[in-house]
Design a protein. Sequence first.
Length: 369
Amino acid sequence: MANEITNYQCPACTGPLHFGSESGVLECDYCGSRFSVEDIDRMYAEKNANAQEATEQREAKESIREGQWDMDAAGESWGEEGDSLRAYNCPSCGAELVCDETTAATACPYCGNPSIIPGKLSGSKKPDLIIPFKVDKNAAVAALKKHYNHKPLLPKAFKAENHVQEIKGVYVPFWLFDAQVEGDMTFKTTRVHTRTTPKEYITETDHFLVHREGTLDFENVPVDGSSQMPDAHMDAIEPYDYNELKQFSLSYLPGFLADQYDVSKEECAKRANARCTASVEDALRNTVMGYSSCVTVSKDVTVNPGRVRYALMPVWMLSTKWKDKNFLFAMNGQTGKLIGDLPIDKGKLALYCLGSFVAAAAVSLLFLL
């Protein structure tokens, strides 16, 4: 049986509501009314309580009236494939949606109605915090096109024929780690002096052992908890402004997708430890200054783990296609920072290299004349 989706509708005209990235409130697509997250949460809490009571009464009555159909021969089981699929009903047009098990919110592909799935984000899967979107879809697309314009080796056909095939505002699951890290390191360093005499050039090298130790406090070290999102992309679009973290509310989700984590906090803790350790080592190493060389002799780093929280971060995922190859971009939905790869026109690259060679040859010829 498909799970039921809750649709946020405008209290004024019953049109669909979506969360406005710029306004920070829920906006109606039809009448333009605006409602705060707190107001909608309160209204829908009352509405859901009343609906639940009515549903229980209706099902109690229907169980008496309805006979039992023989469903054993109707359709086939998904088997193991079905373990990663879920079915949901759109409350606007009645379409049945099939999503993978990590999808927490989606929009109906038939009527475009933004809908959310409250049961997917409850219990142990419910996030603690969320950073709402601040960059809207138009700004994300415009940033990608601007990214194109500054790439001289980008194929001309890519600009002319390619279009943004897929642009998704996705709340990506992150684990946020707090820790206190103690570091103790020893470095072998040298300081080189040179001097000249009338007869010779003298180099003197002094050798030192340098010791450094210190403690750093880390707060909100982010590690993405979705196996579907490339880690390199997620790391590259950091940092987020964690001062804008808000307590999680379903009211921020309409109009966007949301993935629930499928990489556990225990597994993500390994990456958090590695990031904290590397940061402490770099911090201690950077205090060793004024030497000609510096080599680490020993290090002892202890990570004292603290609080762990589950948060959703806004990301625009931009997917484009050229010559049957997909190019994936990611944009920080809060700051607008963009990362991604672009194709290279081999013909332009050859001409560019040839031009560089000709220019270098011309300069060399001038020096020879």
